[in-house]
Ligand binder design. Sequence first.
Ligand code: NIG
Ligand code: FE
Length: 409
Amino acid sequence: MSAPARLLVRDLAQLATPAGGGAPARGRALAEVEVLEDAFVLCAGDTIETVGRMRDLQPLDGGVRELDGRGLCAVPGLVDCHTHAAFGGDRVDEFSLRAAGAGYEQLHAAGGGILSTVRATRAAGEDGLRANVERHRGWMLRHGTTTFEAKSGYGLDRDTELASLRAIRSAGGIPTWLGAHAVPPELDGNADAYLDFALADVLPEAAMLAEAADVFLERGAFDAAQARRYLEACRDAGLALRLHGDQFTEQGAIPLAIELGARSVDHLEATGPDGVRALAASDVVGVLLPASALFLGRPMPPARALVDAGAAVALATDFNPGSAFCESLPLCCSLAATQMKLSPAEALTACTVNAAHVLGRADRLGRLAPGRQADIVLLGAPDWRYLAYHLGGELVTGVVLAGEPMELR
Ligand code: NIG
Ligand code: FE
């Protein structure tokens, strides 16, 4: 068998990688980022062989493809652990109404919001959904996202939920079954009857397509008892557990996540001091979604308090048509620094190795280190911290995905 093709990314101004470890980085460890000046990354096939300083680069024999890294910084491929990329239509009308003062929850209660995307997603068909997730994946890649999770949850019927999960898989995403996102219009607000249906008719096949299950635990969506019922059934079917919790109100998402051993609880804009303490003392990762808070004009999650209390946090976009039409993790890093007072290093750890932990892939993803997948983001900047500093900038000049340089535009 011939040796795998090698790729050398050379003469990088800087290379920055989180320290990482067997568990998600928490508290002070979030800021542990190793920075090498005048650096290289050598890849063999889809895997990183070595990283180091140019002066330590050994002579390489055989054909090695080279990428010129002069004037660039390398960080690990970004990992977006929370998106809703499988949807039809858009919510630009609702966005304009909100700009004029309408409330997000109010629009939802009136049958708009999530339910308007449910109508458009059901109408899109599986081919349409596949094309949409592919398009969204391209947007994410141009912002440096090399791994993305995406949730169903805009079908809420058997065919569209399963079609969403298949579309996510076929676009290379990591599928999560958000079977309990909202009560579909045909069930007329009867959440228990909807769960009867979802758990009996959708879960058996969803469990074969998805890796995790997620629930929207919130007033107007599912309550804690319903969330528990849904999550326990999903856990018994072999799925990892996630929760949308404390977005608008505290409804017991954090204690439930801890009790059930969930991988994460996501949003946390409404989390108070007790929730901060409980989450920090647990193994559940808090997923921060600052683009969603910004887009809805909501308070930011208490990220600084969580990290200072020793919590493990991740950072994600929440990309979706209603509450966060934003696919850029670099922008989320800027929001993390400017609005949530995380350092660039904490933000980098949160959207690389910690996000990979949330997706159960931290053994392969999230760091620039030997044996990791060769996913590399090249920033057109003299200092890697531009990742957070250059607010909304055109920063990502190159992406290497599993050892292959990508065509970005
Ligand atoms: O994470 N909060 C619930 N779900 C999504 C928004 C869905 C939508 O508005 O379409 C979220 O914000
Ligand atoms: Fe979400």
